[in-house]
Design a protein around this ligand. Structure first.
Ligand SMILES: NC(=O)c1ccc[n+]([C@@H]2O[C@H](COP(=O)([O-])OP(=O)(O)OC[C@H]3O[C@@H](n4cnc5c(N)ncnc54)[C@H](OP(=O)(O)O)[C@@H]3O)[C@@H](O)[C@H]2O)c1
Length: 124
């Protein structure tokens, strides 16, 4: 698997880069110069394009160790969540090809991340 991360210099992006490398994924990325496009515009453009896509919307991000458990679904409460749990969820989602063309929200929860990802699989 090859993954290109546009925000690999950021908090979640850096953690995700390390998690994917440890899974043997080839990771590349963009180091931004002065691009001021809004993230919402990027989401809209992505979801209308030809590429397979998945948008993950986490609640307030914290720099603390992850718990390994989350709440993941189309509509979640917006509490707070460790960046490490966000990165781990993204890594797990990237390895679940049956989830695509969806917007999912992520919050702290009690479901182990692999189970939370599998629970969102629906046959396309
Ligand atoms: N903070 C929160 O509580 C919170 C809550 C929900 C969602 N989010 C979202 O979760 C994501 C990760 O958060 P984070 O705190 O880990 O982010 P972060 O540390 O601020 O890192 C963001 C990364 O995205 C890059 N980036 C920003 N705008 C870009 C653009 N227009 N084009 C290309 N690259 C761009 C940054 O590049 P540079 O290094 O060049 O700036 C950086 O590598 C962000 O999208 C954030 O908006 C955050």
């Amino acid at each position: 698997m090859n993954v290109f991360i546009t925000g690999m210099t950021g908090g979640v992006g850096g953690l995700l880069t390390r998690k994917l490398l440890s899974r043997g994924v080839n990771v590349g990325g963009l180091v931004r110069r002065d691009d001021k496009r809004s993230e919402l515009s990027a989401d809209i453009a992505l979801s209308r394009g030809e590429l397979d896509w998945l948008i993950l919307r986490p609640s307030l991000l914290l720099d603390e160790p992850g718990s390994g458990t989350v709440s993941l679904g189309p509509a979640e409460f917006h509490g707070q969540i460790a960046r490490e749990d966000v990165a781990e969820t993204l890594a797990e989602l990237l390895h679940e090809p049956r989830i695509g063309r969806r917007i999912l929200e992520l919050d702290t929860g009690s479901t182990p991340i692999p189970d939370a990802v599998r629970a969102n699989v629906r046959e396309r």
